[in-house]
Design a protein around this ligand. Structure first.
Ligand code: CP
Ligand code: NVA
Length: 304
């Protein structure tokens, strides 16, 4: 494992090892202080971020390294310098780069020209670091046993794609419930199904919220209009109006079900204030786990 562009770059064993190490780091809160000594990590962001930006910055610092936040408009990249040139130059200065951008192909191009590990900090297609944190959170609640029933309700987007792959790698079941026309890409579902054959995960893509929520142990949602889709926000509010996670949806889930959301949340759209503020909501632990999952990832990719 040299880079993390998508969870398709990871084996089930790597996925499990990262979660094990993340849980250990979180429990001990020591043993990693020098792991990135003398290392530097660049954070190139073409889109805004709170969690990804701050958790990577804080994580690198607590491992003894230095992180540089590189907003695209502060780089020559923002004035037209080709990404392949930026990749070759930064490879001479840094130990790794995290990139948040639009097209997955841009990351693939960076990898071709980089001599250092590249980590996907979210693209239109995937958010692998988020899925690592999500399955760490699920493990904390339900234990390391497999077969947890996760239901994702909402847009078949980057989060849905990475959850499908993460469920397949970790042997958990995932129902992705999205309206017709907004379902995850069939080729990514097929890739996840291929992985699921080894782990025993059951994956389904459906459009009926009530059936999807029935008996779920995790109800997960994301915003309806992702970054870059602002012009479609109004239309999407109409398309997704019956896909809101409210008290009635949570009542269909299992008694001990938890609510997850990667944040930022739009209360009154994909989730009600009542659900996100309820005792079932694990969203703050989920956000914290970005830190631990990414520290374990950095240790695997970058540490001395
Ligand atoms: N969940 C997540 O990636 O949040 P940010 O956009 O704040 O990084
Ligand atoms: N699906 C959302 C996630 C935000 C962290 C987006 O891409 O904007």
């Amino acid at each position: 494992m040299k880079h993390l562009l998508t969870l398709q770059d990871i084996t089930a064993a790597d996925f499990a090892a990262i979660l094990d190490r993340a849980a250990q780091m979180k429990a001990k809160r020591s043993g990693y202080e020098h792991s990135l000594k003398g290392k530097s990590v660049g954070l190139i962001f073409f889109k805004p971020s709170t969690r990804t930006r701050v958790s990577f910055s804080a994580g690198v610092a607590s491992m003894g390294g230095v992180a540089y936040y590189l907003g695209v408009n502060d780089l020559q990249l923002g004035r037209g310098e080709p990404i392949k040139d930026t990749a070759r130059v930064l490879s001479r200065y840094l130990s790794a780069v995290v990139i948040r951008t639009f097209a997955q192909q841009d990351l693939e191009e960076v990898v071709q020209y980089s001599t250092i590990p590249i980590i996907n900090g979210l693209t239109d297609l995937y958010h692998p670091c988020q899925a690592l944190a999500d399955f760490l959170t699920i493990r904390e609640v339900f234990g390391a046993k497999q077969g947890v029933k996760v239901t994702y309700i909402g847009d078949g987007n980057n989060i849905a794609h990475s959850l499908l792959l993460g469920a397949a790698l970790s042997g958990n079941h995932l129902i992705c419930c999205s309206p017709q026309g907004y379902q995850p890409k069939p080729e990514i579902v097929a890739a996840a199904e291929k992985l699921a054959r080894d782990s025993g995960a059951k994956l389904r893509v459906v459009d009926d919220v009530n059936a999807a929520a029935e008996g779920a142990q995790v109800i997960y949602t994301d915003i309806w209009a992702s970054m870059g889709q602002e012009a479609e926000a109004e239309k999407r509010r109409r398309v997704f109006k019956d896909y809101q996670v409210d008290g009635a949806v949570m009542a269909k889930a299992a008694k001990d079900a938890i609510f997850m959301h990667l944040l930022p949340a739009h209360r009154g759209e994909e989730v009600t204030d009542e659900v996100i503020e309820s005792p079932q909501s694990k969203v703050w632990d989920q956000a914290e786990n970005r830190l631990w999952a990414q520290m374990a990832l950095l240790e695997k990719l970058v540490a001395n």
